[in-house]
Design a binder for this molecule. Structure first.
Ligand code: 6R9
Length: 568
């Protein structure tokens, strides 16, 4: 498939230096650096104040438009409000909202105030929310009326949470610690002294799940913009006239790195659809706004495939120029389907919350091998390591651990309050992604699977420990194990194994009740799609659950040698 490209992979690869990005952003070592300012004030100074930054639409088709100057002034307004509340630089301010304009603009406002933005997915239930706010010792949460009841449920257990800011309170009665901020109604703050953050100042704290323990806070710094700006420009191929749509919710890293920072640092117009999935609505939305660049995810693409080709043909999607995907393996069928119906291929991009930016990718113009993740982004040194020696495998087709040489701008600097967990991500001078892949003779990477027990459902990572802990709080559950189970659309879904306490009998009703319990306390994505009652949850001699046995059974894979694990 031929395409006109702005950059050639080979040209960028030769003599690559991240300072290219620093120069384009007008940043010099030692300068102040603030993502909030970079994504709004800077664009206005470049003569783009009147250019649309955000075109927002909800499920009823209501539309709002914000220029870069609007984003500049409104983010000042949010920043000023937070400072007037007594929020100090470095304190965590959580964003807990659907995809409303206040989420995108508030993100920049928090950063302008020098505080740390902590975005959380608004479908989280009270327990998932509590765990993350408690761990981060969050000082304020910005939320909507429809979600405030979840905060009310847990606020007594969060003494450090001083302010609950409601962006659409209207005349609804507010309770203790709650305060209203209607961003567009507040007195606009034309000039705000942006807090003088520097490259290494903390910026965004994203929670991500691992195998053990509760989710970890991945701590980013303002310097991450140097990676996010350039990868958005080169991989997403953003050009000044583009209309860009990123499907991801800013509760997850794709929604901030490439749903806020990347496009806005490039001065691009982006469109946001604040509504659930509907193939027809999505195509209509892209047709109406003449979307040119679309960043989506394999589960969404598979859901679109299911709705058929005819629906695509009923819409004029000729504006689409470049398509990318992230979050899970992009199956070859999805690439072939997109070729057929859009006349364009989805370009797979691989990265993580921790990497902050795309690290392995099908670069525009590079021949796509359907099913492959492509090659390392210039400026990223990658390899696959032997899992026992942590030495590079250097053999085409051999499966190993995906490893990256630390040093690119957007690698997280720590896990919040978990130095040991952070250090464990590095071996022999490499950062380990926790995924397995092979590299073919042409240097293309092929994803094999995760190297841990984390469940990837529809591109969202859920940690088994968080689900197991919540299951144990249900009165009927004595023991629990949560593992991935294959799924044709979501790639994986959660399956839970539970043993019951005396006096409880397995029944369909009880299973449904447990599922709903998890959905409400954690989230719909963490909810087990299947519950198996068993008295035989495999354990090591010291009593640790061996999820691998259960997982392999679900995937019909051989369990392999367990002798060392069982002796643990
Ligand atoms: C950006 C994001 C990261 C994990 C990652 C891997 C999986 C992401 C992928 C992919 C295969 C791809 N993953 N992109 N697997 N092909 N193109 O998703 O961040 O939520 O931290 O997830 O997702 O397992 O390690 P995050």
């Amino acid at each position: 498939m031929t395409e006109t490209v702005s950059f050639s992979y080979q040209d960028l690869l030769e003599n690559f230096d991240w300072s290219v990005s620093e120069r384009e952003l007008g940043y010099k070592k030692g300068d102040r650096l603030n993502i909030g300012w970079m994504c709004s004030d800077r664009i206005c100074r470049l003569g783009q104040a009147g250019k649309p930054a955000l075109i927002w639409e909800d499920h009823q088709g209501r539309e709002k438009r914000f220029t870069y100057n609007d984003v500049r002034v409104l983010s000042n307004t949010v920043a000023h409000f937070l400072v007037s509340l007594g929020i100090h630089p470095g304190e965590r301010v959580c964003l807990f909202m659907d995809r409303v304009p206040e989420l995108y603009i508030g993100f920049l406002g928090i950063l302008k105030a020098g505080a740390v933005a902590q975005p959380l997915y608004s479908a989280f239930g009270d327990e998932s929310l509590f765990v993350r706010l408690c761990n981060a010792d969050t000082a304020a949460i910005v939320t909507q009326r429809k979600h405030v009841h979840k905060v009310r449920k847990i606020r007594e257990r969060l003494p450090g949470l001083r302010h609950i800011v409601v962006v659409d309170a209207g005349d609804a009665p507010l309770e203790n610690r709650e305060i209203s901020l209607e961003m567009e109604e507040a007195a606009p703050i034309e000039h705000f002294d942006v807090y003088p953050t520097v490259a290494e100042s903390p910026s965004v704290l994203h929670y991500t799940s691992g195998t053990t323990g509760q989710p970890k806070g991945a701590q980013h710094v303002h310097y991450s913009i140097v990676s996010q700006y350039l990868t958005a420009k080169c991989v997403l191929d953003l050009r000044p006239e583009d209309v860009y749509w990123c499907n991801a919710d800013p509760g997850w890293v794709t929604g901030t790195s490439y749903g806020i920072i990347g496009p806005w640092a490039n001065g691009i117009t982006q469109v946001v659809l604040d509504s659930g999935f509907s193939a027809e609505r999505w195509y209509k939305f892209m047709e109406k706004h003449r979307v040119t660049v679309w960043y989506s995810a394999p589960t969404a693409i598979r859901m679109l495939m299911r709705e058929g080709d005819e629906l695509v043909r009923q819409h004029d999607l000729s504006s689409l120029r470049h398509l990318c995907s992230v979050g899970e393996p992009l199956n070859a069928e999805a690439v072939l389907w997109s070729r057929k119906v859009f006349g364009k291929e989805f370009h797979d991009t691989f990265w993580q919350t921790e990497t902050g930016c795309i690290v392995i990718t099908n670069f525009p113009g590079m021949a796509v091998k359907p099913g492959s993740m492509g090659k390392p982004f210039p400026g990223i040194t990658a390899t696959v390591l032997d899992p026992s020696t942590y030495e590079p495998l250097n053999q085409a087709g051999a499966t190993g651990l995906i490893a990256l040489r630390p040093g690119w701008p957007s690698l997280i600097r720590s896990y919040w309050n978990d130095e040991a967990g952070y250090q464990a991500k590095f071996k022999n001078g490499w950062y380990l992604c926790g995924d397995r892949a092979s590299i073919d003779a042409d240097g293309y990477y092929w994803f094999v699977g995760r190297d841990d027990d984390v469940i990837n459902t529809g591109g969202h990572l859920v940690g088994p420990f968080e689900i197991e802990s919540a299951l144990l709080e249900h009165p009927a559950v004595a023991e629990s194990a949560a593992v991935a189970k294959p799924d044709p659309v979501n790639m994986e879904v959660v399956k839970a194994f539970v043993s019951l306490k005396p006096g409880y009998e397995a029944s369909d009703d009880l299973e449904l009740e447990i599922m709903n319990y998890i959905r409400k306390r954690l989230s719909p994505i963490a909810m087990p799609q299947e519950i198996e009652v068993t008295n035989a949850i495999p354990k090591t001699r010291s009593g640790k659950i061996v999820r691998r046995v259960l997982r392999c059974r679900e995937f019909n894979e051989p369990v392999g040698d367990l002798s060392t694990i069982m002796d643990d």
